[in-house]
Ligand binder design. Sequence first.
Ligand SMILES: Cc1cc2nc3c(=O)[nH]c(=O)nc-3n(C[C@H](O)[C@H](O)[C@H](O)COP(=O)(O)OP(=O)(O)OC[C@H]3O[C@@H](n4cnc5c(N)ncnc54)[C@H](O)[C@@H]3O)c2cc1C
Ligand SMILES: NC(=O)c1ccc[n+]([C@@H]2O[C@H](COP(=O)([O-])OP(=O)(O)OC[C@H]3O[C@@H](n4cnc5c(N)ncnc54)[C@H](OP(=O)(O)O)[C@@H]3O)[C@@H](O)[C@H]2O)c1
Ligand SMILES: Cc1cc2nc3c(=O)[nH]c(=O)nc-3n(C[C@H](O)[C@H](O)[C@H](O)COP(=O)(O)O)c2cc1C
Length: 621
Amino acid sequence: MPVPAAPLPTPLSDEQAGLLNRLTDGLDSSGLWWMSGYAAGMARAQGTAVRPAALPVADAAQAPALTIVYGSQTGNAKRLAEKLAAQGEAAGIGVRLLRADAYPTRELKDERHLYIVISTQGEGDPPDDALALVEFIRGRRAPQLPQLKYAVLGLGDSSYPQFCEIGRILDERLADLGATRLFERGDADLDLDTVANPWLERALSEAKETLKAKPSRSGTVTPLRPLPPAPAFDRDRPFAAELLANHRLTATGGLRSGQGRDVRHVELSIEDSGLHYSPGDALGIWPRNPALLVDAVLDTLKLDGEQTITLAGEDLPLRTWLSEKRELTKLARPFLSAHAERSGDHGLQQLLDPAHKDQLGRVLADQQVIDLLQRHPGSWDADALVAALRPITPRLYSIASSQKHVGDEVHLTVAHVEYAAGDQTRWGAASHLLASAAEGDQLPVYIEHNERFRLPADTSRDVIMIGPGTGVAPFRGFVQERAEIGAQGRNWLFFGNPHFRTDFLYQIEWQRALKNGQLHRLDLAFSRDPVPARSLHMDVPVTETTHKTYVQQRLREQSHDLHDWLQGGAHLYVCGAIAMAKDVHAALIDVVAAHNGNDAEAAKAWLDELQQQGRYARDVY
Ligand SMILES: Cc1cc2nc3c(=O)[nH]c(=O)nc-3n(C[C@H](O)[C@H](O)[C@H](O)COP(=O)(O)OP(=O)(O)OC[C@H]3O[C@@H](n4cnc5c(N)ncnc54)[C@H](O)[C@@H]3O)c2cc1C
Ligand SMILES: NC(=O)c1ccc[n+]([C@@H]2O[C@H](COP(=O)([O-])OP(=O)(O)OC[C@H]3O[C@@H](n4cnc5c(N)ncnc54)[C@H](OP(=O)(O)O)[C@@H]3O)[C@@H](O)[C@H]2O)c1
Ligand SMILES: Cc1cc2nc3c(=O)[nH]c(=O)nc-3n(C[C@H](O)[C@H](O)[C@H](O)COP(=O)(O)O)c2cc1C
């Protein structure tokens, strides 16, 4: 966006401009769009037909003609939507780019040209920021849309049974509502660009054609302050972060030792990177496949790792392609399908039949590329192999520190994916890289911001954090941050893991925080201890139990206080595994319903509302 040399006159006093600066500080583009709409609505309500003469007014031709809405959990759909918006603006098209939760659904009936870029999450669910929009479009209140031209880009992962489900649902529903599909939906797998790039090109050319773009004119948007420089490091240009510390949080780990999971505390330096993060953000890391795994693939297929393979203009030894550029630990449907053909294996071919969808899902979740190659022999030449394997993608880790507290460091809590497959050991690419990294090693990282998982701006609010397992990671950052800024609100943490003795992540830190008044309540659920450890909140009775104790049992036990905190304006956060978050949501419905005459529907609606307001946020994986 061009920045004019001299600021244009504003009707604001210095004090008002300062306040506005504070208000907009840290807002992303969708937040800024929302604010502009909010201000416009207020002006309309005041009936001000005359705009202040000093303000530059965009003419009708410059009013946004194209709306791009994105729904994104981990940033991919957002990045693509932003790219399309920038290209549209550069082509002189008036573009309105909105995160799905900032989209005013009442405007849908007047929309003319709409692009939706949306991922699928959970088990075929919308991303959290798009829950309300998807519900609205699917619901009975959705208007007929005869004037609307649209297209949808769905993002997903073909190893999930419900691949790009949400994109598909929206695409079909908009057509049912009478809208005109401009061109076919894109279903982008994890190698996003393969499908996304042609879709974006088509979207831009259709918009230019339909909206008769005019050459771009500069100076219609005046930033109140200089735009922050683009970060020097991002997903495509990762920073080489030095590992400062790597120690085990669980007593002794590693599946082979038979002593439970290996969970690590990892500290990385981001000194001199210019990278900034807020509690709730994640660190992206580009993984490398374990050398032993690359060797096993080369041995199994009898290929020479030193031969040069050229793909998309890149010449690299096969070994480099396999260790740094291609997924080996995650098996994808397209590769399984290609291998079924090469191996001529009837069983594999049957697996691809829609009737065996569930079985295929289990194979994709439990097996890696090497398992497929070893169990169902087939021949591959090196070029075809590199072309058929999926490009490697970064993994995200919730940041477990506050930058105010740790300075130029990022802390992570990493569950090392390590398991036995017959007499061999299998690893997860990124968690193994992190778990086996030594001090001084450099790892390619970037920050993935997550505006939907933020501490309340009002520091007097209480916060309730539910984070079993590695789900506790962001809450370590939350508690550090709240201590640093002297937040007056109370902090309540629910944590669970298999055993009190071996798996109480950050036990000493939590106990110290309780003592220092930085953590006000801590409730624990050790799922595999025969007698659950006593809640550190002393009112909770110890109960004998033979079944597993999960955090949701603690939520139910604390129903009264929990409800009080929520009624008092507390913000609620859940982080960790998908299945846990679903069960916790069900428990929260029970907690709320217990105080509203057992009306589960109303409790659900109340929690949905909380989510809409940003007072109930989830970060699940
Ligand atoms: C927003 C977000 C935040 C996250 N935060 C954290 C965090 O704070 N801490 C954390 O540890 N993780 C976190 N994750 C998960 C993390 O991103 C990785 O998905 C995880 O570490 C696994 O990655 P990997 O590269 O080690 O394994 P991959 O290489 O991605 O996967 C290994 C593959 O092995 C197979 N597999 C794994 N375990 C088994 C098993 N027991 N039996 C059979 N097959 C198996 C599966 O097919 C799996 O696909 C987060 C994810 C997201 C999206
Ligand atoms: N592929 C695998 O084999 C495997 C195994 C574990 C974790 N993971 C994944 O690894 C990631 C991180 O795992 P993690 O170590 O942070 O945590 P985790 O292994 O998911 O478990 C943390 C705690 O939550 C409990 N739990 C399990 N299901 C629950 C539910 N439905 N509701 C509430 N609590 C539940 C666990 O109990 P129990 O374990 O006693 O049931 C444990 O005490 C997650 O994505 C998880 O899905 C994969
Ligand atoms: C926890 C989790 C659950 C997912 N579930 C699905 C799914 O059910 N179907 C699917 O096609 N993709 C699924 N995906 C893949 C995402 O849609 C894919 O990674 C996408 O690129 C994410 O885009 P986003 O960053 O904009 O959210 C899932 C990803 C995660 C992390």
